[in-house]
Ligand binder design. Structure first.
Ligand SMILES: [Zn+2]
Ligand SMILES: [Zn+2]
Length: 266
């Protein structure tokens, strides 16, 4: 039987839109034969414009304690991570200051902000021109994200398709390779994030097409469920392994104190 890879993208109740504490996620992982998880709570923002969707700054030390408690329980290996938005109007110094506050194993970089977040495919604004514009903006932000050098793993690389608006492959063939080149230049990994199966996107992030472009560039991969509830730990991982193998991947990356090590997928 194939063993399941570590789940490097999980949340907790601290971000106020998820449930459970790190110990609950570690227990769920152990029950499913997942040897390792990373807790990757949403990074606090200074003067948070939307305090309902991220860990508040005041809870950061509590987060560290809860992760330590899960590590000490010994149910599975638990890494200390964080999901740090690339927020272009915030100075990178903010992310650096948080990351410097603890001994992190990995830092996820992600983009959540933009009209793609909730634009439905049947909305009158979802014209071909607007979709092209949204995708161009998103992938140019991804280049900026990579160039900050702040992150170890790029989370949900093509989240721009979240609601089910899939840009034409001719457009992706033009705008995705430069973003992947920027990622490859930093040595960052990209996760296969299975939560897209629960969204309008109806497939993992990134798509099989983008995975094949990643493989051509030798970009390392990790696996992440983006669990917002302990029940979702390792969700769709068998399918994700298959996707990785179909793209030609034989290895995945494991992280220890922000350093990747390649490990066979099987
Ligand atoms: Zn979240
Ligand atoms: Zn995210």
């Amino acid at each position: 039987m194939n063993s399941l890879p570590p789940d490097y993208h999980t949340h907790t109740y601290l971000c106020r839109h998820a449930g459970g504490i790190p110990l609950d996620y570690a227990r769920a992982a152990a029950e499913r034969g997942i040897p390792e998880i990373a807790c990757t709570e949403h990074i606090p923002f200074p003067n948070d414009p939307d305090p309902a969707i991220r860990m508040p700054h005041d809870d950061f030390q509590l987060y560290l304690r809860l992760v330590r408690e899960a590590q000490e329980a010994g149910l599975c290996r638990v890494l200390l991570g964080i999901e740090a938005d690339y927020q272009w109007d915030l100075v990178p110094d903010h992310i650096r200051s948080i990351v410097d506050m603890a001994d992190f194993d990995l830092v996820l970089g992600s983009i959540h902000t933009g009209p793609f977040w909730d634009l439905r495919p049947d909305h009158p604004m979802a014209t071909a021109d607007y979709i092209e514009q949204i995708n161009r903006t998103y992938y140019s932000r991804m280049i900026e994200l990579a160039r900050t050098g702040l992150y170890d793993v790029c989370a949900h690389f093509d989240l721009v398709k979240r609601t089910g608006i899939h840009a034409p492959e001719t457009l992706l063939a033009e705008i995705v390779p430069p973003a992947l080149d920027a990622v490859a230049a930093t040595g960052m990994a990209i996760e296969i994030n299975t939560s897209g199966n629960n969204h309008g996107a109806a497939e993992a992030y990134p798509s099989a097409y983008i995975l094949s472009l990643m493989r051509e560039r030798d970009i390392p991969i990790t696996f992440g469920s983006d669990a917002h509830n302990p029940d979702q730990v390792g969700q769709y991982f068998a399918q994700a392994i298959q996707l990785a193998q179909e793209a030609g991947y034989t290895h995945r990356a494991e992280f220890r104190q922000r350093k990747p090590v390649l490990v066979s997928i099987q």
